[in-house]
Design a protein around this ligand. Structure first.
Ligand code: C2E
Ligand code: CA
Ligand code: CA
Length: 869
């Protein structure tokens, strides 16, 4: 036995022997022993002292005797008089105390004590078992057991706790407890990426059982149903009674099929007959099942999903099971996993922003870069559209959007610092981001935190996003626009925004949807639409950008049709920030012939399948100052055209793969401004004439040709082309001017709208001033700069009530005391006589000093006492 350390417990020192109970055993004779005995007798609750190495009862108060159900204890060994206790019994506890030499406190331990009827009774006790050290500090003198009966408190506390969380009829957890357990189980499942099945049971037509067989019968059936479900579902499942005849059951970590099988068993078990006064009663139930994570990821959404399924089960008839059919397939599970991975990737900073330049078609230089988010997951690029929708689904879109915005703004500031100070950065906004309440403030904050001027930020919004949130949209767009942020309507044409709606919005830029661009300039309808969008955008005062521009022919078309900016692989795909910096530094720009006003050296394209003819034509024309390009087939000619600006084309008619006419027809569609000449023999005259009449060919020349004539015709063609070009340029200039005008108008309209607003507000405040003035008890009048009364308040009208009309008459007529020349600059007091009454009055010029805009007259006091004078 371990040596026992002395305790500072306040317990009496039992080491000294004293008078014991009936002399059967002596504790100690020292004076402290009396105190100890006194204390024993009056101690609250029960006390027993066991003495000596053998631990025999040396003392026990009445309460202790009642507790263990024995009258005489003194001298008896420990084990005969201990309360019974389940688990680690009191004997065990005592052994523990002796071994450690430390006191042990037990609270609300359930003990079995002898009952009055001879049986045993459950009580709850708090108690302390404490070793009492011997005087010499070696070993122990005895053991003290002390405590109190807390049965009543414990039971009422436990009852209360239980009744708050359980259903009193079935003793099952109630809805609140179930929901809580479900929420915890969901956390576990989410951590382990496991499954969880939830089922909602509802008894069919149970109200009828209640009504016909009585409430008592109903209640006993409910109790029985609870037992059956619990029994079949097994001890691992959590069952609860939600309300009335509805139960909830949850299986953790189980596959849907296994759970469905178990639930089917439950349905069958419930359907077994119940006995009511010797008669069989049949009750069936419907069940709705839902699965985590497919049907929902929160306790509420899962409960809702189970309820939805239950409703469908009920519709299907009594005894049916339905599983939540929104439960999606593997692809969606994949998305869910993607959501988890995204959360982690964001936390680890694994996302990137790439930038794609937009080039101005007038200057040919980058004017804006669009920020596009990038996520490489396991070495593969997650499509941004998927990324955005997953972020949206798992509530990360706000954080993601804000991160992209800040990253892009920070980068734009860096570019400004190295000299690209007029470069704008465009950031895409998602629908969810757009409908967030704090959109405006979060953007303003990002701008101020990063130091980017608002005018350098473009926000890209899609049509559908705007149309869904139109009212909210108008308000927050105006607020952002007012701060100088530019707004771009992305993917324009893909949605269904009406012009009327577009006009309501403060949009600065239209970005034409890629679907139109794809077929430009080959498809006429698409080309016409793009042209129309550009014209419309311009007439609304907006700039127009084309995205997904992949070929020169598209760029050429856009430039000729007044598009303002191009973006696409033709210029550059989206690249990391560093590569973008390189791109900017390198001064990459559009080739001059693609710019709106810049056309280069006259260029001639010769197409013939015979190399000898090509070279003789080349020789013939080499000193004419043209840039000469050649191709030996129609298709090669198209390739050359895609990469070069060409003014005049001379093509042979008879070529093996594509005739000259067919080639030039094609060219006409792609490059309508080219001047096209065909060289043909007389035999093909009919085809060629048709082509001339259809406008595909400007001229046809016959083979063999006359050198001088050919040179002359080509010169003429260039002249014609130059004129057409001049015309086109003129048109472009006019259209550019118109566009600028429209843009100014657009801005003017905003300003006007704002002014209208202010005027309205001004009118309201004017009304208030009028109202206030008319209520001033002192007569007040105002005249204009020539002295005509324009305003008089109520008191003034009263004062001059006998005078006739006040407004419109001359101030000197009303106040004869005033000088003919009213003073400028300073005011003065004067006396106003009305009949034989006299009033003190004051006149003050209005406006700012030298150029008064009229006078204000106030009769400042009551009638002066005539006697005074
Ligand atoms: P978007 O706003 O229309 O972005 C332009 C998309 O066109 C980008 O696709 C870009 O890589 C692609 N693209 C660029 N040049 C060409 C071209 O010449 N041809 C073709 N066919 N495509 C071209 P990406 O990066 O895959 O982004 C797809 C969409 O995801 C974006 O469409 C945008 O709606 C969204 N997105 C990307 N980043 C973000 C972001 O940070 N926030 C939000 N809310 N959405 C973003
Ligand atoms: Ca965009
Ligand atoms: Ca777009």
């Amino acid at each position: 036995m371990k040596a026992v350390k002395p305790h500072a417990t306040g317990f009496p020192d039992h080491s000294a022997p004293g008078p014991g109970e009936a002399g059967a055993f002596t504790i100690s004779a020292c004076p402290e022993a009396h105190v100890a005995l006194e204390w024993f007798e009056h101690a609250p609750g029960f006390v027993a002292f066991l003495a000596g190495p053998d631990l025999v009862f040396a003392h026990a108060n009445d309460a202790y005797k009642r507790l263990v159900g024995r009258e005489h204890l003194i001298g008896l060994p420990l084990h005969v008089a201990l309360p019974g206790m389940a688990g680690q019994g009191v004997t065990g506890l005592i052994a523990d105390v002796l071994a450690r030499g430390e006191r042990r406190v037990e609270r609300a331990r359930a003990v079995l004590v002898p009952g009055a009827d001879g049986g045993s009774q459950l009580r709850y006790v708090d108690f302390v078992i404490e070793p009492v050290p011997s005087g010499d500090g070696e070993g122990i003198a005895g053991l003290l057991i002390q405590g109190s009966d807390v049965t009543l408190e414990t039971i009422s506390q436990r009852e209360l706790q239980f009744s708050l969380t359980h259903d009193s009829l079935t003793r099952l957890p109630n809805y609140a407890l179930f929901r809580d357990r479900l929420a915890h189980a969901l956390q576990r499942a989410a951590r382990a990426q496991g499954l969880l099945q939830l089922a909602a049971f509802d008894l069919d037509m149970f109200k009828r059982v209640n009504a016909l067989l009585g409430r008592e019968c109903g209640e006993s059936i409910l109790r029985e149903v609870a037992l059956r479900i619990q029994h079949v579902a097994g001890p691992e499942a959590t069952l609860a009674r939600e309300s009335g005849d509805k139960f909830l059951l949850m299986f953790e970590g189980e596959q849907e099929a296994d759970a469905a099988k178990r639930i089917q068993d439950v349905i069958e078990a419930v359907a077994e007959p119940f006995d009511h006064e010797g008669h069989a009663v049949y009750v069936t139930c419907c069940v709705g099942g839902a699965t985590f994570p497919l049907s929902g990821q929160t306790a509420d959404s899962l409960l809702l999903a189970a309820d939805r399924a239950l409703a469908r089960a009920r519709e299907a008839g009594a005894g049916m099971l339905r599983w939540d059919d929104t439960a999606p397939d593997g692809a969606e599970l994949e998305r869910l996993r993607l959501g988890f991975a995204l959360r982690e990737a964001m936390a680890r900073g694994e996302l990137q922003v790439h930038y794609q330049p937009q080039l101005d078609l007038v200057t040919g230089k980058p004017c804006t870069v669009e920020a596009l988010v990038r996520w490489m997951k396991d070495g593969e690029k997650v499509p941004p559209a998927t990324l955005i929708s997953v972020a949206d689904e798992c509530g990360l879109i706000g954080e993601l959007g804000d991160w992209v915005l800040r990253t892009a703004c920070t980068q734009a500031v860096r570019w400004r610092e190295i000299g690209f100070s007029s470069l704008r950065v465009a950031v895409n906004l998602s629908a969810r981001q757009f409908s967030m309440r704090n959109l405006e403030s979060s953007i303003v904050k990002a701008l101020s935190d990063t130091g980017l001027p608002a005018s350098c930020l473009v926000l890209e919004l899609t049509e559908s996003l705007l149309m869904e949130n139109l009212d909210h949209a108008v308000e927050s767009l105006f607020a952002l626009r007012k701060r100088g942020v530019q707004l771009c309507l992305d993917d324009f044409g893909s949605g269904y925004s009406s012009l009327a709606n577009l006009q309501r919005l403060p949009i600065d830029v239209l970005k034409i949807d890629r679907s139109f661009l794809q077929r430009v300039p080959e498809a006429e309808d698409a080309s016409a639409i793009v042209d129309a969008i550009i014209t419309m955008g311009h007439s609304l005062g907006m700039r127009v950008v084309a995205e997904a521009v992949e070929r020169e022919a598209q760029c050429d078309f856009l430039s000729r049709n007044m598009c303002d900016e191009v973006q696409g692989y033709y210029v550059s795909g989206p690249v990391p920030a560093d590569a973008m910096t390189e791109f900017l530094r390198a001064g990459v720009g559009l080739a001059p012939h693609l710019l709106r006003f810049n056309r280069t050296r006259p260029t001639l394209l010769l197409v013939d399948d015979e190399p000898s003819i090509l070279s003789s034509l080349r020789r013939l024309l080499r000193n004419e100052g043209y840039r000469i390009l050649t191709a030996n087939s129609g298709s090669e000619g198209l390739k050359v055209l895609a990469e070069n600006a060409v003014d005049v084309i001379v093509s042979d008619q008879r070529m093996p793969e594509m005739t000259g006419v067919d080639f030039l027809r094609n060219v006409r569609q792609l490059y309508p401004d080219t001047v096209r000449i065909v060289l043909s023999g007389f035999t093909e005259l009919q085809t060629v004439t048709d082509a001339v009449n259809a406008g595909a060919i400007y001229k046809f020349l016959t083979k063999p040709w006359d050198d001088e004539q050919l040179r002359g015709h080509i010169q003429e063609a260039f002249l014609y082309g130059a004129m057409a070009n001049e015309n086109r340029l003129l048109t472009l200039q006019v259209r550019t001017a118109n566009q600028q005008l429209a843009a100014v108008n657009h801005q003017l309209e905003s300003v006007l709208a704002q002014q209208r607003n202010e005027i309205e507000r001004g009118e309201i405040s004017l009304d208030i001033v009028h109202e206030a003035l008319s209520n001033v008890p002192v007569p007040v009048l105002a005249s204009d700069d020539i002295g005509t009364i324009v305003l008089a308040n109520r008191a003034a009208l009263d004062l001059f009530s006998g005078h006739g009309p006040v407004l419109g008459c001359d101030v000197r007529q009303l106040f004869p005391g005033l000088p003919a020349e009213l003073p400028e600059g300073t005011g003065f007091s004067f006396e106003h006589r009305l009949g034989d009454k006299r009033f003190p009055a004051e006149l003050r010029p209005m406006g700012n000093g030298s150029h008064s805009r009229g006078w204000l007259i106030a009769v400042t006091g009551r009638e002066l006492d005539t006697a005074e004078h």
